[in-house]
Design a protein around this ligand. Structure first.
Ligand SMILES: Nc1ncnc2c1ncn2[C@@H]1O[C@H](COP(=O)(O)OP(=O)(O)OP(=O)(O)O)[C@@H](O)[C@H]1O
Length: 277
């Protein structure tokens, strides 16, 4: 029964997380005009698009930090923007988030960083928390670094600790906002590989926001290319690579000239310089 929302039936397949005809603007500035996206468990879905096209905004709409002016976000059968405070709190526990540059607590050890959400959101005993933390650190290959301070970790290791923290509560959804930023090629490939492995082993829906096309395409099952507030193209990495769509070609080839605008929306230059009569 695909997409069932009957009580007791888990929401299946492509309907696990659905953004339906979302329109959103910050005050009068419209960022998303008409965005529909679907995500399923066990799949890595990439959101790509030029800087400022609204990728992070979409993650914040999914997490309920922002409210769309039109359209809806349905997460595991629940309308995110119809939940009350407690409902939202419970929902966010089910969404793991890996922020750009990891955002770890620098005064805590790797172990304590991963333990933090468990202490915050569960009543588990200390021995249980200890075992869970060690298992999460093991999953990212860093059990041996559990007692390291954050300053003792390399950039790639810190990102992996942040990943262990993001999966501490076994979320069915993980959102990655620029997880590769600032990593060297080897650390980047390690983190990319982990994102893929975690999607497979935890069967979680994974949303990957990244500018790194090569590594994103290597692990993604499906890709949405956003431009001008809409989905400009979508498909598997292979389909997009073979696409003749000018938006796709411009983005994949990094051309300055093309349908994706270089200029942030502004009044005519002459007007700003006071030259307009
Ligand atoms: N709190 C805010 N108030 C007003 N405008 C905002 C706010 N946050 C973001 N914006 C604007 O909304 C647009 C989309 O921002 P967003 O961060 O979602 O883009 P993005 O695609 O994630 O960009 P990047 O790839 O550079 O991280 C940008 O033009 C940004 O300036």
């Amino acid at each position: 029964m695909p997409g069932s929302t009957l009580p007791g039936f888990p929401v299946l397949s492509r309907d696990f997380l659905v953004l339906d005809r979302i329109r959103f603007g910050y005050r009068e500035r419209e960022i998303l005009k008409d965005i529909s996206l679907r995500f399923e468990r066990g799949k890595v879905v990439a959101l790509i698009g030029g800087s400022g096209c609204g990728k992070t905004t979409i993650l914040r709409l999914i997490g309920g930090q922002l409210r769309p002016q039109q359209g809806s976000v349905s997460f595991d059968g629940q309308d995110v923007h119809k939940l009350d405070r407690e409902g939202l709190f419970a929902l966010r526990k089910r969404m793991g988030m890996l922020y750009q540059f990891g955002a770890l607590f620098t005064d805590l050890t790797a172990f304590e960083n991963v333990a933090f959400p468990l202490r915050e959101h569960t009543d588990l005993t200390d021995p249980m928390i200890r075992d869970l933390v060690l298992m999460k650190l093991e999953a990212v290959g860093l059990r041996g670094a559990a007692q390291f301070g954050i300053s003792q970790l390399s950039g790639g290791m810190a990102r992996r600790v942040a990943l262990a923290r993001a999966i501490a509560l076994d979320p069915p959804l993980i959102m990655y906002d620029e997880p590769f930023a600032g990593l060297d090629p080897v650390a980047l490939a390690t983190v990319a590989n982990l994102i893929r492995r975690l999607a497979d082993s935890l069967n979680c829906a994974s949303i990957l926001v990244s500018h790194d096309i090569k590594d994103t395409f290597a692990i993604a099952d499906y890709v949405y290319l956003l431009a001008a507030g809409r989905v400009a193209a979508e498909g598997t990495p292979d389909e997009l690579r073979d696409s003749d769509d000018p938006n796709v070609r411009q983005f994949l080839e990094g051309d300055i000239d093309g349908p994706i605008a270089f200029h942030y929306q502004a009044p005519p230059l002459a007007e700003d310089l006071g030259l307009k009569r």
